[in-house]
Design a protein around this ligand. Structure first.
Ligand code: PLP
Length: 448
């Protein structure tokens, strides 16, 4: 039986990423408030937020400083834009801070409101810049199977998951998908991680050759793939991929929407994974998700190309009403200040070995084929048969069941196909990590 709120919810809210047909029977978990790594439903039941919302609520709930930063900015100047001839201090200070933190030669930040908009902007910049550079045929973008880059027309095209393409008439014709670096699922019999990484690099080389190097403009990658199932590439994967990209003058876009700002114990996942990207997309933990804000960080050579094109056309014809919204920018700045002042990265580095140790212990569980992760993110892959890695037959049954049982145990985690993903707030303590995995363990035992 649905509660009154659940019935009203099912009747009126069109839910993202939801089995819409099943919702009227199942009902939504309706949350009311949060405190630290805990959230509470309308009945007052507490849950450990084992997904930091959607991989984003780094500082947990109830940070008064962020509330203050938002209300102070709202009182002073709730809105101003960055279109022709206008700017404001929070956007300027945030762009300066991102430039200071970003690895490589970051020149400028372009602000958007979501990870999807950031990656959509990346696609448009790739096309625009290649026109500016006088190579209008160089437009294809290679993403990867199981990548997640968002849901707008261009970013959903980059996403390498069937549900984002089927019946949406996607992907766009300029997008290709290369192999997924998931050794457990896609390595050949007896292939080591090293050999697997070498094969993926060779396949990428062959793909670029087959497409015609003059037509391939960019390669986009998450350092650790998130919504595709928390896939950590082999240690030498990017080391082997990058020379291929350099050989064909293909730029590298890092999608740091999940990995950025400490998830892997570094400011950026690129640093942790040995990636040297040309541009980066950031969002989510940029504001600890207290308000929506995202950015594309670009180097000098792209900035110069944009200037040239702008000179020719008269305007850089791209931007959102809320690009660099002052309240969101003020909250993001305060978030970055807290990360530094409280040494959140240091905390992540301190607790992540314990997190990974508790996570990987599930590798021995009869239902778990692989327990994998890095930093403060991980997943357990459920299998019907460990030896053959055979997945469960029923559609999403096993992972969805574990997620539902975890919810009963007071833990929020997320099903991704046959995997259950875990991505807690960065501020989680070792004691809370123990509580999280104790609850997940009970859910797995009950699901057997
Ligand atoms: N890129 C990555 C790596 C993501 O994980 C996500 C969202 O989960 C996106 C892009 C899209 O971000 P948004 O949902 O804010 O549009």
């Amino acid at each position: 039986m649905l509660s009154n709120l659940q019935a009203r919810d099912a009747a009126t809210v069109l839910h993202p990423y939801t089995n819409l047909a099943a919702l009227p029977q199942q009902g939504s978990l309706i949350l009311e408030r949060g405190d630290g790594v805990f959230v509470y439903d309308v009945e007052g039941k507490p849950y450990i937020e084992g997904m930091a919302g959607l991989w984003c609520n780094a500082l947990g709930h109830g940070r008064e400083e962020l509330v203050e930063a938002a209300s102070e900015q709202m009182r002073r100047l709730p809105f101003a834009h960055l279109f022709t001839g206008k700017s404001h201090d929070p956007a300027i200070a945030l762009a300066e801070k991102l430039k200071e933190l970003a690895p490589g030669n970051a020149a400028k930040a372009f602000f958007c409101n979501s990870g999807s908009e950031a990656n959509d902007t990346q696609v448009k910049l790739v096309w625009y810049v290649n026109n500016a550079l006088g190579r209008p045929q160089k437009k294809k973008i290679i993403s990867r199977i199981k990548a997640y880059h968002g849901v707008t027309v261009a970013s959903a095209s980059l996403t390498g998951l069937p549900n984002n393409h089927i019946d949406f008439d996607l992907p766009l014709p300029q997008v290709r998908h290369a192999g997924c670096p998931h050794h457990y699922r896609f390595a050949l019999e007896g292939e080591t991680e090293e050999e697997f990484a070498s094969r993926l690099a060779a396949e990428l080389d062959a793909m670029i050759q087959a497409e015609g190097p003059d037509t391939v403009a960019a390669f986009i990658a998450e350092p650790v793939m998130g919504a595709g199932g928390v896939i950590v590439p082999p240690r030498t994967y990017f080391e082997k991929i990058q020379p291929v990209l350099e050989k064909y003058d293909v730029m590298l876009i890092a999608d740091e929407v999940i990995c950025g700002f400490g998830r892997l114990g570094e400011w950026f996942g690129s640093t942790a994974l040995g990636m040297k990207p040309d541009t980066m997309s950031v969002a989510k933990q940029l504001s600890s998700s207290y308000l929506p804000i995202a950015a594309v960080i670009i180097p000098n050579w792209i900035d110069e190309a944009l200037n040239r094109q702008s000179e020719k056309i008269g305007v850089f014809g791209h931007g959102f009403t809320y690009s660099g919204h002052p309240v969101a920018a003020a909250v993001a700045l305060k978030t970055l200040e807290i990360y530094e002042r409280e040494n959140i990265l240091g905390h992540v580095r301190e607790v992540m070995p314990h997190f990974q140790q508790r996570l990987r212990a599930f590798g021995d569980h009869p239902m778990v084929g692989e327990a994998r992760g890095m930093g403060l993110v991980g997943a357990v892959d459920l299998v019907a048969d460990k030896a053959s890695k055979r997945p469960f037959d029923a559609k999403r049954f096993a992972a969805a069941k574990v997620v539902a049982l975890a919810q009963e145990e007071g833990l929020i985690v997320r099903a991704i196909g046959d995997a259950v993903s875990i991505c807690p707030p960065l501020v989680i303590t070792e004691e809370e990590i123990d509580q999280l995995f104790d609850r997940l363990g009970r859910a797995l035992d009950r699901a057997e």
